[in-house]
Design a protein around this ligand. Structure first.
Ligand SMILES: N[C@@H](CCC(=O)N[C@@H](CS)C(=O)NCC(=O)O)C(=O)O
Length: 235
């Protein structure tokens, strides 16, 4: 049996089966990237639901695994050289899981780097911009009632980024063509989430992005991806 005692997070959220991947997450657009990848890969894992706030993501035990205090994070008891490894940042976790299994990332070097370009495009652009849009559009709308500029700035940049995706997906099934990859897994939960969580599809003009909408439907129609969207479930 694997010994995870070097990871203080396992004291607060004990592993029932320390021999399988431990996922610390919530079903948010960043969190579900990892549960979707784990489901698509068919890897055994144990999901721990970590709430926002001082008893969850900001607790010393969680911070010991991710100094940034944000889900998702994982421990893989069978990491490089067979030793346990802890990881945070959804993009890094997806690359790790893809490389560990040789799946969800094209085998040829050029395809692999092209996929990573789109993963970075999401990590640095789509996620942060749509997140800020949602903040001003939904959660802090009362704080900017007299100043539309913050919402408009992030709305317009979000629309521009989605138009980049629209062009990419016009004649492709998935971001990388015929292969479903970590580029799709990192991106679709955010574009879908701006509608589901923020009610932003009209403000972001989703009607004008038919290829993106059809791609989201294809992603959600994959049973493993649909399942990952709900994990970790509430208690
Ligand atoms: N760049 C990080 C972002 C993670 C992130 O922002 N997670 C949010 C949930 S979607 C979170 O944990 N927020 C908690 C907080 O802000 O206190 C990643 O992709 O893993």
């Amino acid at each position: 049996m694997s010994d995870l005692s070097a990871f203080p997070i396992t004291k607060k959220w004990p592993a029932k089966n320390p021999d399988i991947i431990q996922l610390y997450s919530l079903p948010t657009p960043n969190g579900v990237k990892v549960s979707i990848a784990l489901e698509e890969l068919g890897l055994p894992y144990e999901a721990h639901r970590i709430e926002f706030g001082p008893d969850g993501v900001k607790s010393p035990e969680f911070i010991s695994l991710n100094p940034n205090g944000r889900i998702p994070a994982i421990i893989d008891p069978n990491g490089p050289d067979g030793k346990p490894i802890g990881l945070f940042e959804s993009g890094a976790i997806l690359v790790y899981l893809a490389e560990k299994t040789g799946k969800l990332l094209p085998a040829d070097a050029a395809g692999r780097y092209e996929t990573l370009c789109w993963v970075m495009f999401q990590m640095a652009g789509v996620g942060p911009m749509l997140g800020q849009f949602g903040h001003f559009f939904k959660y802090a709308a009362d704080k900017v009632a007299n100043n539309a500029y913050p919402m408009e700035r992030y709305r317009d940049e979000s629309k521009r980024l989605i138009s980049v995706l629209e062009a990419r997906l016009k004649d492709r099934q998935w971001i990388m063509g015929d292969e479903y990859t970590i580029a799709d897994i990192t991106t679709f939960p955010w574009v879908r989430g701006a509608d589901i969580f923020y009610g932003g599809s009209e403000a972001l003009d989703y009607a004008g992005f038919p290829s993106v909408r059809a791609w989201i439907e294809r992603c959600v129609a994959r049973p493993a991806s649909a399942k990952g969207l709900e994990i970790p479930a509430s208690a």
